[in-house]
Design a protein around this ligand. Structure first.
Ligand SMILES: Nc1nc2c(ncn2[C@@H]2O[C@H](COP(=O)(O)OP(=O)(O)OP(=O)(O)O)[C@@H](O)[C@H]2O)c(=O)[nH]1
Ligand SMILES: [Mg+2]
Length: 682
């Protein structure tokens, strides 16, 4: 298949990915303008882009979810997916990757963004997705492109293959030479570049750069290697075939240049996608979908729209699906399509049935979730992909500002987590808080904004309650007596208990050591209940753990004793006894593992120490050259907003996981403050 091949190649699906703020949304805008899908190129800064059209994206001037837009280019339909660059919203990118034909990694010549680039390339490498690099913001270039490639190369496992070299006019890049076509172009603002004659010094540089490109290609093509060694100019079609083949096999990462704001380099990018990216049929093959009459689709994103209800954006990988089609979900439910739509950012346009390769929104699939493989066959189709969200790192307790909205809030949470599976909502039975877990500060901010704006439930938030406990350090024996004589029937219960500390994680043990029936058998469970009542809220204000209580003595009254009286007596013994047992605060300690670029490791150590962390050591991160992993034990209270510091010390790429390890005693000023805060809150 050469560059001159014409005729339609079928629908494509291409993701625009890359580090934060590298120009993905701007590039989408340029592509939509170039292909005639929009009349005038909008900008992110003026809030007129198709990509960042949601209220939250406009507000923060950044992409906060995947945006889909379908355009036509040379007779084929292309759906572009503008993915957010921030690691906090990376799940939207990870969810769409399995179904795309190729990705365009938009990046810039910025050393600080190399770890982010590495993170994104790793996702593509792990999922075997062919990808181009689009070196954007070339209008601001202050380095030689070759130097930039050297800077970026460590982020990629496959060699970066320079496909174009710049033509400099003084300090400004005025155009480029396409090394495959051997043609020179000068950039025109918002218009296709003009072909110019390739001559002089540019011609010499072209020869050298082209040779270097061919050498890299020849590493995997013996025939080409021979031609190079024998100085035979390889035919142009052969070069294009090799470029396409090595891209698809992910042997190389072709690099194209451009400036999205000026629409420079966009047409060449589109042509490269047209000629070199795998077709939908090839992608279906990669995913193991057999071509057939049954429709098979992968759900890439779920939206809840105000007017159209639930929309499931899916790529159809085989067959056809129109209004009324019935999809089987992995859960075995039958979902009926109610409307098929083409997407243009926030706009959904009704259209006839979709065919294999197209990316569309299906209306009102009640059960389908993001990540589901849907099929119209009788049996559910094997899952084409499984994308598990990263473990969340930040939590907020959320409640509706007005009580009447509580039910509405529950429904809103369901929709919110359907739209974004990397959010998790937990109900804390102990603190009665609803806690929303997410991937970072901005992620949670956007989630709470959406609750207010999209779902009309204004909420307030606060840091979630830490699971403190308390225990005792000294044993004691104490009597609890409940006696009341009011009118007719009295109440009488009387117990003596021995309270004693137990080792950590022992919980609570109750022992019945009554002899001679001084407390009748039938009242003993009630006395125990009374003890347990008191443990829910110890003298410091927290649940009491790691102690044993033995019932050793007591007395009763034949008429006035009752379960209730003994329960009260049991509680009295504890309420009076516990404060005398040297109560001590316990706090949850977690094992934390931070991953970060190695140059930030020292900073991580400082952050951990500053937060009462106990550093256990650090290692190089396996399979991640240039990254470290730092392990520490850390109090839950200090982990609360740890991610904010970690991200700011690592240009947004550091992260961590944590799991509960043990409860530890906490004394001194910090403990006093926690107890005082608890008292004040009661
Ligand atoms: N000079 C210059 N600026 C650009 C270019 N492309 C984008 N920008 C600017 O870079 C900033 C970020 O652009 P976006 O398109 O929002 O970047 P993004 O990659 O979509 O950002 P996120 O989605 O938030 O990761 C904006 O201020 C753009 O105007 C370019 O080619 N040249
Ligand atoms: Mg964007």
């Amino acid at each position: 298949m050469g560059q001159n091949g014409t005729g339609p190649r079928g629908p494509r699906c291409i993701a625009l990915v890359g580090p934060f703020q590298s120009g993905k949304t701007t590039l989408l805008e340029a592509i939509l303008t170039r292909t005639g899908a929009v009349a005038r190129q909008g900008t992110v800064d003026a809030g007129t882009s198709v990509g960042d059209a949601s209220k939250e994206a406009r507000l923060h001037k950044m992409s906060v979810e995947a945006t889909f837009a379908t355009a036509n280019f040379m007779g084929d339909s292309y759906t572009f997916i503008d993915c957010p660059g921030s690691i906090e919203f990376i799940h939207d990118m990870r969810s769409v990757l399995p179904a795309i034909d190729a990705a365009v990694v938009v990046c810039e010549a910025d050393e600080k963004k190399v770890p982010q680039l590495q993170l994104i390339l790793r996702e593509l490498e792990d999922q075997n997705i062919p990808h181009f690099l689009f070196l954007n913001k070339i209008d601001k270039a202050d380095k030689r492109v070759r130097e930039t490639i050297k800077l970026l190369q460590p982020a990629s496992r496959a060699p970066l293959l320079l496909r174009q070299i710049p033509i400099w006019n003084g300090d400004i890049i005025a155009g480029f030479v396409d090394l495959a076509l051997e043609r020179a172009y000068v950039y025109k603002e918002h218009a296709p570049s003009a072909i110019v004659e390739l001559k002089g010094e540019d011609l010499d540089r072209e020869k050298e750069a082209r040779f270097s490109m061919l050498e890299t290609l020849a590493d995997h093509d013996d025939e080409l290697m021979e031609q190079l060694l024998e100085d035979i100019p390889p035919p142009r079609d052969k070069v294009f075939d090799d470029l396409a083949k090595e891209l698809r096999e992910r042997i190389v990462v072709p690099v194209l240049l451009g400036a999205a704001t000026r629409s420079n380099g966009v047409l060449r990018l589109l042509k490269a996608l047209r000629h070199e990216a795998p077709t939908a049929a090839e992608t279906a093959q990669r995913l193991g979908v057999k071509a057939g009459t049954d429709a098979v689709a992968l759900v890439l994103k779920t939206f809840h729209t105000t007017h159209g209800g639930k929309m499931s954006v899916a790529r159809l990988l085989s067959g056809q699906a129109g209004d009324g089609a019935i999809f089987n979900t992995p859960g075995g439910e039958a979902d009926r399509v109610s409307g098929v739509f083409t997407l243009m950012g926030q706009r959904f346009e009704k259209r006839p049935q979709a065919v294999a390769g197209e990316t569309v929104a299906f209306g009102k699939l009640d059960h389908a979730k993001t990540g589901d493989t849907l099929s119209t066959a009788k049996q559910p189709h094997a899952a084409l992909a499984e994308v598990t969200p990263y473990a969340p790192v930040l939590a907020l307790a959320v409640h509706a500002k007005e009580r009447k909205d509580d039910v509405k809030l529950g429904a809103a949470f369901t929709k919110l987590t359907e739209e974004d599976p990397s959010l998790r909502v937990d109900h804390n039975a102990e603190s009665h808080e609803v806690v929303i877990w997410g991937q970072g500060e901005m992620h949670l901010r956007v989630a709470t904004e959406r609750l207010g704006d999209r779902y009309a439930v204004p909420v307030s938030t606060q840091p979630p309650t830490v699971g403190y406990r308390e225990s005792i350090r000294k044993p004691i024996t104490i009597r609890g007596r409940h006696k009341k004589q009011s009118g007719g029937h009295g109440q009488f219960g009387d117990v003596v208990v021995e309270i004693k500390p137990l080792p950590r994680s022992s919980g609570f043990k109750f022992e019945d050591k009554i002899t001679g029936g001084v407390v009748p058998r039938n009242y003993i469970p009630a006395a125990e209940e009374g003890v347990i009542d008191a443990l829910k809220h110890g003298p410091l204000g927290f649940p009491v753990v790691d102690l044993a209580v033995a019932l050793i003595d007591g007395s009763f009254h034949t008429v006035d004793s009752s379960d209730m009286a003994f329960r009260i007596a049991g509680r009295i013994a504890m309420v009076e006894g516990l404060p005398q047992c040297q109560p001590v605060l316990l706090e949850p300690i977690h094992l934390v593992e931070i991953v970060c670029p190695s140059d930030a490791t020292a900073k991580m150590n400082a952050i951990l120490s500053g937060r009462r962390g106990h550093i256990l050591g650090f290692d190089t991160r396996e399979g991640w050259p240039g990254w470290d992993i730092v392990r520490a034990q850390m109090a839950e209270a200090e982990i609360g907003d740890l991610i904010i510091e970690v991200r700011s010390a690592t240009a947004g790429v550091g992260s961590f996981t944590f799991k509960f390890d043990h409860m530890a005693e906490l004394t001194g000023r910090t403990a006093d403050q926690i107890v005082a805060a608890r008292r004040a809150a009661e």
